[in-house]
Design a protein around this ligand. Sequence first.
Ligand code: COA
Length: 265
Amino acid sequence: MIYTTLLFSVENNICQIIINRPDKLNALNKDVFTELDHAIDEVNKDANIKSAFITGAGPKAFVAGADITEFGGLTTEQAMELSRRGQNVFFKIENSAKPIIAAVNGFALGGGCELAMACHFRLCSENAKFGQPEVNLGLIPGYGGTQRLTQLIGKGKSMELQMTAGLIDANEALKLGLVNYVTAPDQLIDKTKEILTLINTKAPIAIAKIIECINTAVVSDSAYTNGKSGFEKEIEAFGHCFGTDDMKEGTAAFLEKRKAIFQGK
Ligand code: COA
């Protein structure tokens, strides 16, 4: 696929996905969703890619929300369809077997905050601002924000932020656990790559199982949990790892006091 709204590149087994509509502060329109959907499939299919991160083009915004120009005149049914489509793309990110993290380089508002929250975890630069300001438009978040913000920062703070349309800065986001690290703007991508480089040295099947089990603890949609509890899923995944070459290599390397080399098998 030739991307028109994304920049997609791979270096050192790390895929960089840049939402590239800087004139519109990288707002998520239909094309971005179509391309993002495809890009996540590509991340999971390409054996050369071990992990990925998503960031925004330009110095100002990660993503300033869903593209509000596409909201005009939608019926209730069409709006539900838009919400379902957005949720499904974000579920695909959340359930990717390969790590996908967000490098938030500025405004992450509305759908932008929801996109960041669908990623496995988040880093941001000092100039980042997060919020769900939909209530200003007479709306609520529609791409999972009511659920994921509550999971990440707790019910009380999630209620307040969504009711007031308040924005929080990078340090507040760090304090609330919405992001794991805050960096200077020019350090954000380096720090992101540093973390992914470390993760890329670990056993890929075990990483995929960690994602699956942790998601079972927080994803409420039974389509993604097969109705099993997170504890039950963990038992199965733990057993599954014992059948892999990587587990044999990892335990052997420990006992032989050497560094493990994982093949993803
Ligand atoms: N959808 C569509 N276009 C958007 C957008 C969005 N969510 N956010 C920004 N843009 C566009 C603006 O319309 C403007 O386009 P123009 O130059 O053609 O007029 C351009 O991006 C630059 O934005 P602007 O508002 O001029 O920048 P600013 O620095 O004054 O303000 C924000 C930045 C983020 C505070 C402001 O753009 C904003 O409030 N955006 C909407 C946030 C929002 O409500 N998101 C939730 C949507 S559900």
